[in-house]
Design a protein around this ligand. Structure first.
Ligand code: C2E
Ligand code: MG
Ligand code: MG
Ligand code: MG
Length: 274
């Protein structure tokens, strides 16, 4: 099974690794086509006011449906980041979600942005030009980012964030509590909102101090006057604790799953009639 390389050393031929590489290469080329043909779609998950239960915003989430089944964003986002497709994917998601959001003029729109995008010096200008072209109010847009970028390239991240905040775009720190992001980062980068990761929310069902951790986290954010969204709420017990702890916005399957633009429009009509 071993074959010799140029320097005469034996290197192991690993058929499984080879297959894996080939699979990734195929997936990359499929993804490239999917992005350019518009096959990556946006679904929308409601963000509701913790006090009234009214839908105040929507988070756009990318979906890739292939003949072989759906590919999770947990797979294709990192893939796009690695193979240089994330900028194209990101702009596509921004465009399609804004086009849909124009049908829901009373609601805010949240779009996820990869750390890799934020580190691209062209990113801010590109976002601003998409907003202008589509005539979308920047004050309605929140960009959700995870903390990774704040560690790897804080200077470029900050330049992008500052430039976009100047035109009225807001920033949410996503998945707070599952990585290294500190309360300090919230302040340092001027985040407008903290999103508590669903792992902290699901911990409420497992043990006694889950609620204490959440309350402490939320009170730190409120000390900085930063409002908090809780993600991944699946039952009313969790919702009650979070509301009580001072969370002002709730999100999760209990409230609404991610839905197609068509289904969101239907839900909004029902809500308005009720
Ligand atoms: P995220 O931004 O933290 O989004 C929340 C994830 O939790 C979504 O998974 C959503 O479907 C899921 N979720 C919401 N409520 C519940 C719940 O009650 N229970 C459970 N178990 N899950 C819930 P999804 O759509 O698979 O996306 C996963 C991640 O992929 C996102 O996490 C985000 O980091 C990334 N992602 C998705 N779309 C995009 C995109 O357009 N651009 C970028 N850069 N990343 C994206
Ligand atoms: Mg998000
Ligand atoms: Mg999140
Ligand atoms: Mg996440």
């Amino acid at each position: 099974r071993a074959k010799a390389n140029g320097r005469g050393q034996a290197i192991e031929y690993d058929p499984e690794l080879d297959q894996e590489r080939q699979r990734i290469a195929e997936l990359e080329s499929l993804l490239k086509n999917a992005i350019s043909s518009g096959a990556i779609e946006a679904v929308f998950q409601p963000l509701v006011s913790a006090s009234t239960g009214a839908v105040t915003g929507l988070e756009a989430l990318a979906r890739w449906r292939t003949e072989a089944g759906n590919v999770s964003p947990e797979i294709f986002i990192p893939l796009a980041e690695r193979c240089g497709l994330i900028d194209a994917l990101g702009v596509h998601m921004l465009r399609t979600s804004i086009e849909h959001a124009k049908n829901w003029p009373d609601l805010a729109l949240s779009v996820n942005v990869s750390p890799v995008q934020l580190c691209n010096p062209e990113f801010a200008a590109e976002v601003i030009s998409v907003l202008q072209e589509l005539d979308f109010d920047p004050n309605r847009l929140t960009l959700e980012i995870t903390e990774g970028v704040l560690m790897t390239n804080p200077d470029q991240a900050r330049r992008s964030i500052d430039q976009l905040k100047r035109v009225g775009i807001k920033f949410a720190l996503d998945d707070f509590g599952c990585g290294y992001a500190s309360i300090g980062a919230l302040r340092q980068f001027g985040f407008d909102r903290m999103k508590i990761d669903r792992s902290l929310v699901s911990a409420l069902d497992q043990g006694a101090n889950g609620a204490d951790v959440l309350r402490a986290t939320i009170s730190l954010a409120s000390a900085l006057k930063i409002p908090v969204t809780a993600e991944g709420i699946e039952n009313s017990h969790q919702a009650a604790i979070l509301r009580d702890a001072g969370c002002d916005q709730l999100q999760g399957y209990l409230i609404g799953k991610p839905m197609s633009a068509h289904d969101i429009s239907g839900k909004l009509r029902e809500d308005a009639a009720a």
